[in-house]
Ligand binder design. Structure first.
Ligand SMILES: [Ca+2]
Length: 495
């Protein structure tokens, strides 16, 4: 006999299933959230197809988790990128924290605090938010969490005692109250410079293996410098290996949302601190046990400001009202590869001041828009030097053998890294990921450029960017909190 289902039955059964769903959501254990961020890592690894580094643990993350191919920071320098991660906002929405070596305002919620308020045990080791000053605005601890700085390692070479990140993480785990989920920020200081010159060669790495970017001359200086960088990346990978082992040993691995990323590209000329693809395109590997299907590659655009709302959603919380990023828990849970959410196809990037070294401590303001195909860049002060003034030593590029070589030659390669730039640049980034050929003056792309410019400015205006709203002068008032050794006034004194 076929029983007719009444409307009342239907309502009753849907209420019952909704209640069952709620119960299972409540009984689901809240995940641990481990944010593992390397400093200045351009993503070079086996996981991203490089064969000149040994990175078994990054590679394991890609096999067991999700590998994102389009993760970006909105500002390719330590402090602003980390401020975006913590607050879930673009850097021009962060007042003083848009700048490097600045102060951290206290009016924006940060995700470690939100998690702590809901019962998470939180901690930090290594580099959190910084460099800069968070104390003067009332922060009692680094916005990334309370510091677990318990162990250092024997220096591998003269003078430097690196933190034992993985050991500190173990100590943190040992102090965790029973049954509390944890949120830990593990920020390595590597592969940030400085490096012991020639360490890669001495460790037996082969210069011939290195893949040299086209914006550098292919020579032994550059190859050796990149091998030194590779050694530091491998050091980070080893710590990730120890962290994975600790999680396994404590039976927490599969209940941990483990995020492995970087703050911006590698510390080389034309990359770190500069608004070209290699500077703001970063790695992102996420493992979350059985919660998500592993072994996937996802091409959706993810911005660092999406991390905070994602972590809060994973913990069963709503994003803080000040967060403008968007959770991608749905993308993680989808089980799909390739493009999952087609609306994730655009992002903005920009900067104001990074380092000192220009008259009046001026910055180099830029905004840019990146779509699947294009990168449009607007340099607002093209008369200024993009990497810092020659007189003060191009301070927005970390000193390195590669930098010294380029500066000594003063040729086309020098120009690509240090020379002045036109007010507008356009790169067909899907075909030219190294941003070598500026198409801004190519008339056949004029319409594309106009469309991108309008779209970028409209979005920035909606986001309240002071530069779009006639208040760019604010950026010139922001205090620099680091040493003034490389300032213009210091240089003048010695003339
Ligand atoms: Ca950095």
């Amino acid at each position: 006999m076929i029983r007719m289902i009444s409307r009342r039955d239907l309502i009753r059964s849907s209420v019952a299933s909704a209640l069952a769903g709620l119960a299972s959501a409540q009984s689901r254990k809240r995940p641990n959230i481990l944010f593992f961020i390397a400093d200045d890592w351009g993503g070079h690894s086996g996981a991203y197809g490089d064969t000149w580094l040994n990175t078994p643990n990054f590679d394991r993350m890609a096999r067991e988790g999700v590998r994102f191919t389009n993760c970006f920071t909105s500002n390719p320098k330590c402090s602003p990128s980390r401020a975006s991660i913590l607050t879930g906002r673009n850097s021009w929405q962060l007042k003083e924290a848009v700048n490097h070596m600045s102060i951290f305002p206290n009016e924006f919620a940060v995700y470690p605090d939100e998690l702590e308020k809901s019962g998470y045990f939180v901690g930090l080791t290594g580099k959190g938010w910084g460099p800069g000053d968070f104390q003067s605005t009332g922060w009692k601890r680094n916005p990334a969490g309370p510091d677990f700085r318990t162990r250092t390692l024997k220096p591998p070479y003269a003078g430097i005692a690196p933190l034992d990140y993985a050991g500190n993480f173990d100590d943190f785990l040992g102090k965790r109250p029973k049954d509390s989920p944890f949120a830990f920020w593990l920020g390595t200081q590597e592969p940030h410079r400085f490096y012991e010159e020639g360490s890669g060669l001495r460790a037996g790495r082969r210069p011939a293996d290195v893949k040299v970017p086209k914006y550098f001359p292919d020579n032994r200086t550059v190859r050796s410098d990149m091998l030194d960088y590779a050694l530091e990346v491998e050091w980070v990978d080893q710590h990730l290996g120890r962290v994975l082992a600790s999680l396994e040993k404590s039976a927490e691995l599969d209940n941990t949302l483990l995020v492995v990323t970087s703050d911006h590209g590698m510390p080389f000329p034309r990359v770190k601190g500069q608004i070209y693809e290699p500077g703001f395109h970063i790695p992102l590997l996420i493992r979350w046990g059985a919660e998500i299907k592993g072994g996937r590659t996802v091409d959706d655009f993810i911005n660092v400001r999406d991390f905070a709302p994602t972590f809060l959603e994973a913990a069963g919380l709503k994003p803080a009202p000040t967060m403008t990023g968007k959770s991608f828990v749905d993308v993680l849970r989808s089980g799909k590869s390739g493009i999952v959410d087609a609306s994730r196809d655009t992002m903005l990037v920009g900067k104001e001041r990074h380092d000192l070294g220009r008259p009046n401590d001026a910055g180099y303001p830029v905004r840019a828009i990146r779509t699947r195909e294009w990168l449009y860049i607007r340099n607002y002060e093209p008369d200024r030097w993009p990497a810092g003034n020659p007189e003060t030593g191009y301070r927005n590029v970390d000193d390195s053998p590669t930098k010294s070589f380029l500066v000594s030659r003063y040729d086309g390669y020098y120009k690509m890294s240090f020379g002045k730039r036109p007010a507008e640049e356009l790169y067909h980034v899907s075909e030219d990921p190294e941003c070598l050929k500026n198409l801004a003056l190519d008339r056949s792309h004029a319409q594309t450029m106009r469309t991108l410019r309008t779209r970028m400015e409209d979005t920035l205006r909606r986001e309240g960017d002071p530069r779009m709203n006639g208040q760019a002068v604010f950026f010139d008032t922001i205090q620099y909190t680091g040493p003034r050794a490389h300032s213009w006034e210091e240089w003048l004194k010695h003339q």
